[in-house]
Write a protein that binds this ligand. Sequence first.
Ligand SMILES: NC(=O)c1ccc[n+]([C@@H]2O[C@H](COP(=O)([O-])OP(=O)(O)OC[C@H]3O[C@@H](n4cnc5c(N)ncnc54)[C@H](OP(=O)(O)O)[C@@H]3O)[C@@H](O)[C@H]2O)c1
Length: 340
Amino acid sequence: MKAFVFERTGDPNNVLAVQELPEPKPGTGEILVRVRLSPVHPSDLHIMRGRFGRQPMLPATPGIECVGVVEALGSGVAGPAPGTRVVLLNVWGSWRELILSPAERVIPVPADLSDEDAAQALVNPVTAWVMTMVEHDLKPGDWLAQTAAGSTVGQLVLQLARSERFRTVNIVRRRAQVPDIKALGGDVVITSEDDDWGMQLATASEGKVLSRAIDCVAGRTGATVARHLAPGGRMLVYGALSSHRQTDPSAFEMPVFAPRLIYNAAAVQGWYLLHWLEVTPLDDCAAIFAKVLDRLASGALRLPPAKLHRPQNIADALRDADGASREGKPLLDLSSWAAD
Ligand SMILES: NC(=O)c1ccc[n+]([C@@H]2O[C@H](COP(=O)([O-])OP(=O)(O)OC[C@H]3O[C@@H](n4cnc5c(N)ncnc54)[C@H](OP(=O)(O)O)[C@@H]3O)[C@@H](O)[C@H]2O)c1
């Protein structure tokens, strides 16, 4: 069986290699899955560079989500039956032909869901769902402020806003994005290209109970949003895009304005999917994952288009994941190895 492996951390182009490994056999309570597609997320690059919040033991295989087909069941496992299309709930190392998973982390995929969407159903869609529907518990009529509204997570949040009828104040960094976010249903859209965008946010906040926010930009942008939280408000910081490729440590700093934080008794809190998956009972995680899969299958949630890459073209996939490619999420077609 072929697998991508890195034995040390560093530039993904230098540390990643293809290795021939023995075919794994499912043990008690395990399921063997033949991987079809696995995305190249920025977090995979952070992991190979040794900069992620959770690092695997080395040598390791990248890939934190995938879609595949059940190949074989270990003893004591009743199903899903071989041949069933499945996704895995927080099982790492999916850039390989065959992967072992604890049986309870193997979730069948609805028939109507494409492989492309199933392969990327966990990291961004579950993040969007949990932050809005669980952590912030948004109800119809509530307001949510978000940064990088044009990101994949941001667009999913806008779709949820439509279906769950909460309202959004959106911040984007390019003026050209404003009409797109409005077309997606954003109620208020502000661009940080405007020098006075903080004032615009203050004006937009008037008369609204802007007590919930999510931010994946951090730096001055996130701090400005925190400043406009309503009394008792809470902002979840889930990304730090200000520090491009995590190479500018100063951009990780958030100059939060203390008096507003104190007098408003507001909170700025980190949010990390992997932490949430670790502290939440597995049944609850699986139930939310299944709900998100159903929404994707019905078209109630839609992901931006993806771009398939053969494993031989890994350099292109890494480049697309690292840069500002607009061609779609890079997906590794690991089933194509078998055909070679
Ligand atoms: N904490 C967690 O567990 C968790 C889970 C999932 C995702 N995330 C994080 O969420 C963020 C978004 O992920 P994604 O996959 O949705 O992103 P994505 O689809 O790749 O989109 C990135 C977006 O961010 C914008 N952007 C990039 N740098 C920016 C900056 N310095 N200031 C303002 N906007 C900027 C881009 O705008 P342009 O269109 O102008 O380029 C683009 O709209 C990432 O930081 C990711 O690591 C975190």
